[in-house]
Design a protein around this ligand. Structure first.
Ligand SMILES: NC(=O)c1ccc[n+]([C@@H]2O[C@H](COP(=O)([O-])OP(=O)(O)OC[C@H]3O[C@@H](n4cnc5c(N)ncnc54)[C@H](O)[C@@H]3O)[C@@H](O)[C@H]2O)c1
Length: 311
């Protein structure tokens, strides 16, 4: 029996549940939110969508935490989302408190699941999860690098008038303006970035990638992006459920990769049934390494406020 729990079923959580259900990814999806009637409605609607799509996945609304005991994966997307005037950092104390309370309620029933954190500020929430649980480092991963990389690829494709399909590109580091889009990682039809894009174009692509989330927030006015985040998250879930050992970029606790001991930030990892099965150090340029160090410092600064303000 494969079970996925989703705690916090707003925009990201509901699209994630829908995605997993339609694709027959697991036997059961358990939804929990402070909006109880809302998740009861969603569980009916999504299960009926499953049936319509010949998927066996059943989605259930959960009111008691002990039901999460058999989940293979627990995804936490609870919290408040950014509004146009807010940075991800503004969210930190509010969402860290929400996350700490959820962990307090859930971990005692399930210490074996892989926990995927989505709530922002992402890297600080991964830290909060590790700090307020006894989960092992491999059990906790934050979803963001896959989303930022999708945005990086989008702006590369856009600069090339969407005429090229075969694009590889990675964004590592913090899920914030300190993210590190790796120009060294870009491959367009197997060739390096400089064969297709000049310096000014690359600088614009990097700037757009860093502002990718904020642009959507600005237009939506009432929240942040959800289709691309939910899609990235469902791909990670499928890798865990099917033990695929695929490569993803997720926020995890490093163990001296990039000379960064104990830092939490987005990096390439291999994902399987044990969660983070291997951390991969990409071959990055010296400038990218400098940017990554700044990224790690920015995360450790935001983590300080959690240590100071969360009792
Ligand atoms: N990591 C990423 O790349 C990424 C991308 C998009 C959004 N996010 C973040 O994910 C979070 C969710 O985004 P969203 O767009 O789905 O927001 P949303 O407001 O639509 O959903 C949040 C949900 O959390 C619920 N909630 C609040 N407190 C709760 C609690 N104590 N227990 C259970 N549920 C609770 C709310 O009722 C709501 O349904 C936000 O923090 C957002 O910033 C992260």
């Amino acid at each position: 029996m494969k079970r996925v729990g989703i705690i916090g079923v707003g925009n990201v959580g509901s699209i994630l549940a829908y995605n997993l259900a339609l694709n027959n990814s697991c036997d059961e999806i358990l939804l929990k939110d402070i909006r109880e009637d809302f998740i009861k409605a969603l569980s009916l609607d999504i299960t009926q969508a499953s049936i319509s799509n010949n998927s066996k996945t059943v989605t259930k609304a959960i009111l008691e935490n002990d039901v999460f005991k058999d989940c293979n994966i627990i995804i936490i997307t609870a919290g408040i989302a950014r509004t146009p005037s807010m940075s991800r950092e503004d969210l930190i104390i509010k969402n860290a408190n929400i996350l700490k309370n959820i962990l307090n309620d859930i971990i005692k029933y399930n210490q074996n699941a892989i926990y995927i954190i989505v709530s922002n500020p992402l890297d600080a929430m991964v830290y909060t999860t590790l700090k307020y649980s006894n989960l092992k480092n491999n059990q906790v991963l934050g979803m963001a690098g896959e989303l930022d990389s999708a945005r990086f690829k989008y702006y590369i494709k856009k600069a090339l008038d969407f005429k090229v399909n075969n694009i590889e590109a990675k964004v590592i580091g913090a899920h914030s303006n300190f993210m590190v889009p790796l120009v060294s990682s870009i491959r367009i039809n197997g060739k390096k970035a400089n064969d297709f894009l000049n310096k000014a174009q690359l600088e614009k692509i990097i700037e757009n990638t860093k502002n990718g989330g904020a642009n959507i927030v600005e237009l939506l006015k009432t929240g942040s992006a959800y289709f691309a985040p939910a899609t990235a998250c469902s791909r990670i879930c499928n890798a865990i459920l099917n033990d695929t050992k695929e490569k993803f970029i997720c926020s995890v606790k490093l163990s001296n990769q990039y000379y960064l001991e104990d830092a939490i930030l987005g990096t390439s990892i291999i994902v399987g049934k044990y969660g983070v099965e291997k951390i991969i150090e990409e071959n990055i340029s010296e400038n990218e390494l400098i940017a990554l160090k700044k990224s790690a410092i920015s995360i450790s600064e935001s983590i300080k406020s959690i240590d100071l303000l969360i009792k």
